[in-house]
Write a protein that binds this ligand. Structure first.
Ligand code: TYM
Length: 336
């Protein structure tokens, strides 16, 4: 059976974009793939500097997966930080990865661009080595579990290309002794493959502060959905659904029939953005209401989530050890 693997970083409460881009496809794949999903807590450390936040968001990511249906009997589910093998392999693969490859990584380039726009002369100001090396750690998350496919949103595709490159460099040097498996990204097909927009129409992202958290309480969810940016076309006039963030969200949460119907009504005129937003709220809320209670239970420290993650960590380490051993043998570190 092929292995599906993915991770989410606890830099905030998990949001609708995480669900559509990664969690929903990953859970669908869990029945036909061997599934390995994790919380990328050490990745979050590149930006989160508050211990209570890091702990709370880590729990929130864990509770979200389980409330949405992750079955710990079927899926290995763990915290990245519980698998020390990952960090040893990160050093090894850092040593076979060109610095130039990291210079081209989107997140690093974006951080430099922000400095340039702010008129800061040192473009690397405020950028830590963790952010710079982020793609290598992510490559290791994948490679150490021998993953075949990685369900992610479109924004992570470059990271998957880098992971394949990093594995390729290692294999080129040491593949005659031990070879790493080259992974592939899978992104949601068709229109859902686009990144999901947030409240302001830009990519929904924790770093833009424009997210709709999956398990926001009902009243907050309603308020957030109402605040999605829309143009000022009057109710009676025809509207262009495809330019609307609310409609793109609706496409991902409503049934195909309801989506087609809403499109017709918006294009014909007479239906306002407010009506679309009400329908969107209903569609999301109907899906999540039955799961909120379970989420809240899992959010309590000492809940079942702790046992799930502890068991998952053991299983993850069992899988990681032989890969690390193969790498150590290949590079000659244990040949003494
Ligand atoms: P992160 O935590 O930013 O996002 C988690 C997943 O959600 C997807 N996603 C989106 N999909 C569609 N529309 C959006 N607006 C949207 N926002 C986020 C992301 O594509 C991602 O799949 N580097 C990763 C975490 C990671 C990882 C890994 C992933 C660490 N190691 C190994 C896969 C395999 C990240 O920052 O995702």
């Amino acid at each position: 059976q092929k292995v599906s693997l993915t991770g989410i970083k606890p830099t905030g409460e998990p949001h609708l974009g995480n669900y559509i881009g990664a969690i929903r496809p990953a859970l669908e794949m869990a029945s036909s793939y061997e599934s390995i999903y994790f919380i990328a807590d050490y990745h979050a450390l590149t930006s989160v500097r508050d211990r209570a936040s890091l702990a709370g968001w880590t729990r929130s990511v864990g509770a979200t997966w389980v409330a949405l249906g992750l079955d710990p009997k079927q899926t290995i589910f763990y915290r990245q930080s519980d698998v020390p093998e990952i960090f040893e392999l990160t050093w090894v693969l850092s040593c076979v990865t060109g610095k130039g490859l990291m210079n081209r990584a989107h997140a690093y380039k974006a951080a430099r661009d922000r400095n340039a726009e702010a008129g800061i002369a040192d473009l690397d100001a405020g950028i830590n080595m963790g952010l710079f090396n982020y793609p290598v750690l992510m490559a290791v998350d994948i490679l150490i579990m021998n993953a075949d496919v990685v369900p992610v949103g479109q924004d992570q595709v470059q990271h998957l290309e880098i992971a394949a490159d990093v594995a390729g460099s290692f294999n080129h040097l040491f593949g005659d002794v031990y070879a790493l498996k080259i992974p592939e990204a899978v992104t949601p097909p068709g229109d859902t493959g686009r990144v999901l927009p947030g409240l302001d129409g830009r990519k929904m992202s924790k770093s833009y502060g424009n997210t709709i958290p999956l398990f926001a309480p009902e009243a907050r969810l309603r308020k957030l959905v109402r605040s999605i940016k829309s143009d000022s076309t009057p109710v009676e006039e025809p509207k262009a659904p495809d330019t609307s963030a609310a409609f793109q969200l609706y496409e991902n949460f409503a049934t195909p029939g309801d989506v087609a119907d809403m499109r017709r009504r918006l294009e014909a005129g007479g239906t306002g953005w407010g009506e679309l937003k009400n329908a969107l709220f209903e569609a999301i809320n109907t899906r999540l209401t039955p799961l909120r209670e379970r989420y809240e239970e899992l959010m309590v420290p000492g809940s079942e989530l702790d046992t799930i993650l502890a068991d998952g960590a053991e299983q993850a380490r069992d899988r990681a050890r032989p890969v690390l051993a193969g790498v150590r043998r290949a590079i000659g570190i244990d040949a003494l």
